[in-house]
Design a protein around this ligand. Structure first.
Ligand code: ADP
Ligand code: ASP
Ligand code: MG
Length: 409
């Protein structure tokens, strides 16, 4: 007998019919002799609607109330899933974050899990009741409701699987696994049967939203096997038909395993910055203090007059705040001009095999040049290469690179 955490994403609980279909999958796992704990997301689109309500209610919305509102989507589905299970004769009860308790820090809207107090939950599970847990939400030490960031139900599921020492965490979603590129953009992308934590972490960090980054970080740290699989197919997790994210894969290691994109970035260029000690600190210290995450950074060589241009990217949602912070510190930074570009996207290649293969970057640049795509910024790590390009070329770039590295199925 295995203990399996089954997480159902927004599409899997989109309406009562889908909730009932998910309940049948839970029943099948139980009939196989497994113990099951369920984690649910909000119905598809509900979190977006709740966020829009907060934004309309108050421009400067209070983060604590924002979390109190957006956590409710998952509460509805946890109750409905428990009802659907009872309806087919399975003992079940819903659990909210505060009831378990899933304790987080106070970073509202992107809280981190501190601990999970499983005593009550375990008692209930041992009594033969299926726990249906509202994902995405937790509670601070002082009793305020928090949420774990967009896509956070994945992290709830993995954290609960770790806390309960489950054998596997199955993530049911609207695709049947992790693909070499977003299957919505690249029609002939290939499904991977296994992927290493390391590569999945890069895929998720660089745009593949199929798993929240933190869920992969946590699974990697505690060596929890995670499987991504389709909610629309008959196969259940124990059939192992999805993509398994595990420590080591037995797949032949390819140079490039996946291609991602993210449209979340915006570019800022500071022109005519003095080439002297302390200027980079003068730029990035106040940005960090304002909680603005800076991603890619590039500095051009200094002119004979001792001036350089400094380009960096921030999240699109932070662009205006970042410009304000820079302008407030203009006397220290001493730039002559600031320019911004919102319509950019970051396209990345990921592959452990890159460590021992030269020429991957060169062939990436060649492929983009052949398609007439200009590269604005380049960034590399041991197993990734990313480029910033104009947003309008995103799909063309992803498809061209997918073909160039022979990733089609
Ligand atoms: P859920 O609501 O079930 O959590 P998400 O929308 O968060 O589902 O994640 C699933 C989506 O991730 C898919 O619909 C797919 O478009 C997208 N996606 C992006 N990159 C990939 C990839 N490499 N492999 C699979 N899915 C991907
Ligand atoms: N409902 C939340 C969101 O839409 C959490 C999740 O689905 O994982 O981001
Ligand atoms: Mg998701």
């Amino acid at each position: 007998m295995s203990l399996i955490v089954m997480k159902f994403g927004g599409t899997s609980v989109r309406d009562i019919e889908r909730i009932q279909a998910a309940a049948l999958k839970i029943e099948q796992e139980i009939k196989r002799g497994n113990k099951v704990v369920v984690v649910v997301s909000a119905m598809a689109g509900v979190t977006d609607t709740l966020i829009s309500y907060c934004k309309s209610a108050c421009l400067q919305y209070d983060e604590q109330e924002y979390d109190a509102v957006i956590a409710t989507g998952e509460q509805v589905t946890s109750g409905l899933m428990a009802l659907a299970l009872k309806n087919i004769g399975i003992k079940a009860r819903s659990w909210h974050g505060w009831q378990i308790k899933l304790v987080t820090d106070t970073a509202h809207s992107k809280a981190r899990i501190l601990r999970i107090e499983t005593d009550e939950l375990l008692k209930s599970i041992q009594g033969g009741t299926v726990a249906v847990i509202a994902g995405f939400q937790g509670i601070t030490e002082k009793g305020r409701v928090t949420t774990l960031g967009r896509g956070g139900s994945d992290t709830s599921a993995v954290a609960i699987a770790i806390a309960l020492k489950a054998d596997r965490c199955d993530i049911y979603t609207d695709v049947d696994g992790v693909y070499t590129a977003d299957p919505r953009i690249v029609k002939n992308s290939s499904k991977m049967h296994q992927i290493s934590y390391e590569e999945m972490l890069e895929l998720a960090s660089l745009g593949a939203k199929v798993l929240q980054v933190r869920s992969v970080e946590m699974a990697m740290k505690y060596n929890m096997p995670v499987q991504v699989l389709s909610t629309f197919e008959n196969a259940i997790g124990s059939d192992l038909m999805g993509t398994l994210v595990v420590k080591e894969t037995n797949m032949e290691s390819k140079v490039v395993t996946g291609i991602t994109y993210t449209r979340d970035a915006a570019k800022i260029t500071l022109i005519g910055v003095p080439d002297k000690i302390g200027i980079a600190a003068a730029i990035f210290t106040p940005l960090a203090a304002a909680n603005i995450n800076v991603d890619m950074i590039i500095q051009t060589a200094a002119t004979p007059q001792g001036r350089t241009d400094l380009t960096f990217t921030v999240g699109k949602q932070d662009l205006e705040r970042a410009v304000k912070v820079i302008e407030e510190n203009a006397d220290k930074i001493q730039y002559t001009e600031i320019t911004c570009l919102k319509d950019v996207s970051k396209v990345s290649l990921i592959g452990i095999g890159m460590r021992s293969n030269q020429g991957v970057a060169a062939s990436m640049f060649r492929t983009l040049a052949e398609k007439g795509i200009n590269i604005i910024v380049i960034e590399t790590s041991e197993i990734t290469i990313s480029v910033l390009i104009k947003d309008e070329y995103t799909e063309l770039a992803v498809r061209a690179l997918h073909a160039a590295y022979g990733l089609e199925n």
